[in-house]
Design a protein around this ligand. Structure first.
Ligand SMILES: Cc1cc2nc3c(=O)[nH]c(=O)nc-3n(C[C@H](O)[C@H](O)[C@H](O)COP(=O)(O)OP(=O)(O)OC[C@H]3O[C@@H](n4cnc5c(N)ncnc54)[C@H](O)[C@@H]3O)c2cc1C
Length: 395
């Protein structure tokens, strides 16, 4: 049986959901095919940080457009979210120096950040460890969502409010121009375009495209506490001094090299394990903690206890949580296009592969898909020419 729509999207992670929404909003009829009974890839395994502050200045407009779309989607779909922004906590003078250069330097234009004294940090962020934290900065633009809830809720919003035909348990097994064949022998015809958003799954469809691109898989380990005591709030989403090494927005800060040197000398395990410290409290009161970065294949199915131990040691220096009981541990894998925000490729006429958003998929997908469908091509999509380090731009 062949079903026909204007657009067929493969994959119901955040990238596929964003394309389905952006095209449906512009009047296209859309089918969204997801191989699993639910989406269970990187999009449900992340912090839920919509994180403009980490994006380089040329990508900031698309991150802010994404932010606006997240707020719209949260209202339309009815999922939990907050607009408390983010706070970067410093425990070393060199971290504070880089933060000051970012907040008060020429790079600050477009971001909305304020330096904070120790007292101001402690007032804003009850989770900060008062024995260690010496100051920091706050940014207003970050939005928090619970990815497990948002990614589970968005397909119903697309189906009920935008007429998208959402099909779970429907793996795409072969694609021709304008036609997607699925595992049950059905086919989905696209009058206008097929968009393939298969995330870290690069083996099934167009493996030659993934082989040809300069792409890398990255595995991240994460932890979450149980619900904190009722009424206790961690404050904004939290990042750390070592986080400054990871996002390209801080790459131009003159003393960043000094901070990196000190970390390399005093805590080489952070570089070896790709660790920096972030935390986000969700609507259930749990604090999601992370993260590490291991690049390349094969991706081990097994998580490393030493990585968790290093993460927890650093997080406990940074944070003072009422309850440190770890309720869940997991890892996620994403595909990254080093030096670029994402990659877009047309392996067949009318078929677009859209992937490689690395550690910024929650932050950029809505904005990138919106720009793509506004223009209908990849011409106007923002990208970055920054040469990123292997672990760049990854929460
Ligand atoms: C631990 C972790 C923390 C992160 N934190 C953040 C963060 O806080 N903020 C942020 O901006 N980004 C974050 N990221 C990055 C972000 O999660 C990813 O960039 C994003 O989820 C990638 O989305 P995706 O849709 O490409 O992939 P996925 O979410 O993996 O979705 C791909 C989907 O395609 C489906 N699929 C694959 N093949 C087929 C097929 N043949 N047929 C049908 N369906 C198919 C899969 O089942 C899957 O559901 C984090 C990532 C990880 C792993």
């Amino acid at each position: 049986m062949i079903q026909t729509t204007d657009v067929v999207v493969v994959g119901a992670g955040i990238v596929g959901l964003a394309h389905a929404w952006a095209s449906a909003r512009r009047g296209r009829s859309v089918a969204l095919l997801e191989r699993g009974p639910v989406a269970s890839g990187a999009s449900v395994r992340n912090f839920g940080m919509v994180w403009p502050v980490g994006q380089p200045v040329e990508v900031l407009p698309v991150a802010l457009r994404s932010r606006a779309l997240w707020l719209e989607a949260a209202v339309e779909a009815g999922f939990w979210h907050h607009t408390r922004g983010s706070v970067f906590l410093a425990v070393h003078e060199d971290e504070l120096a880089v933060m000051r250069e970012f907040v008060e330097g020429p790079a600050a234009a477009g971001y909305d950040c304020t330096m904070l004294t120790q007292d101001q940090v402690l007032a804003l962020c009850p989770a900060a460890n008062r024995a260690r934290v010496i100051g920091g900065f706050a940014s207003t633009t970050e939005v928090g969502v619970d990815p497990r809830e948002a990614i589970a809720t968005l397909p119903s919003m697309l189906a009920n409010r935008h007429g998208v035909r959402v099909r779970f348990d429907t793996p795409a097994v072969r694609i021709e121009p304008g036609l997607v064949h699925t595992a049950d022998g059905s086919a989905y015809e696209a009058r206008e375009r097929v968009v393939v958003c298969s995330g870290a799954e690069t083996r099934t469809l167009f493996p030659e495209v993934f082989d040809r691109q300069d792409l890398t898989l990255c595995k991240l380990q994460m932890l979450a506490t149980g619900a904190q005591p009722a009424g206790w709030s961690a404050g904004p989403m939290i990042a750390s001094g070592p986080t400054l090494r990871h996002y390209t927005s801080f790459a131009g800060c003159p003393t960043l090299a000094e901070l990196k040197r000190r970390v390399a000398e005093q805590a080489p395990e952070l570089d070896a394990m790709g660790i920096h410290f972030m935390a986000a409290q969700n609507g259930a009161g749990e604090v999601v903690l992370g993260d590490s970065h291991e690049y390349g294949e094969p991706v081990s199915p097994f998580d490393r206890g030493d990585i968790d131990a290093v993460m927890l040691r650093g997080l406990r220096e940074l944070l003072d949580l009422p309850d440190w009981s770890i309720a869940r541990r997991w890892h996620g894998v994403y595909l990254k296009a080093p030096g670029r925000t994402h990659f877009v490729h047309e392996p067949l006429p009318g078929v677009t592969v859209f992937n490689g958003l690395g550690g910024a998929g929650m932050t950029l997908s809505f904005g990138l898909a919106d720009a793509f469908w506004e223009d209908g091509t990849e011409k106007t999509l923002p990208t970055t020419t920054h040469t990123l380090e292997k672990d760049g731009a990854t929460p």
